[in-house]
Design a binder for this molecule. Structure first.
Ligand code: KIV
Ligand code: NA
Length: 265
């Protein structure tokens, strides 16, 4: 099997083949998604939301992210395993960021790391890239800055923020990033950025002009009940399916129907 590498996604951009990415947080899901043909599995710090039930991504720790990433790595054969560095592990000194990156790579088996932000963290990103670790940038609605933004609304609507995003994207490319995630920004801006970069952009709520797309797998499968932003396309209503299965199981246990003769020793 031919593994997806940074060279693979670079070649995909060059020939205009879109890059598919979903999040994964555990071994079982990683196996299914990998075999289904996903190019990249992202161990997102959205694990803090969908796995742990926090309102923001801020609380998740490096140890917890390593546990998720290692689980995904063990279930993956073909896809690139891309892990988020969590809040607080890379925004300080260059050395702290480098140490966090090295820990994630050594202890999880991830192939690449994703860090949020542009000029503010560019020295730290440069150091991590120079140490041989592939880095994916992340601009626009960067959820680790949610308390500064004050909400999960569209980013870079206005000229100043759009200009900063464009220059951040170029900085990330110059620093050696192999890709950039663009989250919840106007489609026209994402298209411009995608055309101005030689590295691929992966969009979420950033329109059809990106070089690839990413979504949170729990959202795609309909497991997150109330969450229905405009950009989300749901492929399953897993919440209902699981609910139905679980209540049937309860009924079968209560009635004594389960286990039957063939289901015992
Ligand atoms: O944590 C996450 O799920 C992400 C994607 C939404 C890009 O960073
Ligand atoms: Na994330």
């Amino acid at each position: 099997i031919k593994k997806v590498t940074t060279a693979t996604v670079q070649a995909m951009k060059q020939r205009g083949e879109k890059i598919s990415m979903l999040t994964a947080y555990d071994y079982s899901m990683a196996r299914v998604l990998d075999e289904a043909g996903l190019d990249i599995l992202l161990i997102g710090d959205s694990a803090a939301n969908v796995f742990a039930g926090y309102e923001t991504t801020l609380p998740i720790t490096l140890d917890q992210m390593i546990y998720h990433a290692a689980s995904v790595a063990r279930g993956t054969n073909r896809a690139m395993v891309l892990a988020d560095l969590p809040f607080g592990t890379y925004q300080g000194s260059v050395n702290d960021a480098y140490q966090a990156a090295v820990r994630m790579m050594k202890e999880s088996g991830a192939h690449a790391l994703k860090l949020e932000g542009g000029v503010e963290v560019i020295d730290n990103i440069r150091k991590i890239v120079q140490s041989g670790i592939p880095v994916c940038g992340h601009l626009g609605l960067t959820p680790q800055s949610i308390y500064q933004f004050g909400g999960f609304g569209l980013r870079a609507k206005e000229e100043t923020e759009a200009e900063k995003l464009k220059s951040d994207a170029l900085l990330l490319q110059e620093a050696g990033c192999f890709a950039v995630v663009l989250e919840k920004i106007p489609a026209q801006l994402a298209k411009e950025v995608s055309e101005s970069l030689t590295i691929p952009t992966i969009g979420i709520g950033a329109g059809n002009g990106c070089d690839g797309q990413v979504l949170v797998v729990n959202d795609v499968l309909g497991l997150t009940k109330g969450f229905k932003p405009k950009f989300l396309r749901r492929y399953l209503d897993l919440y209902s399916e699981i609910s139905k299965a679980a209540s049937e199981y309860v009924a079968d246990v209560k009635s004594g129907d389960y286990p039957n003769e063939n289901e015992q020793y």
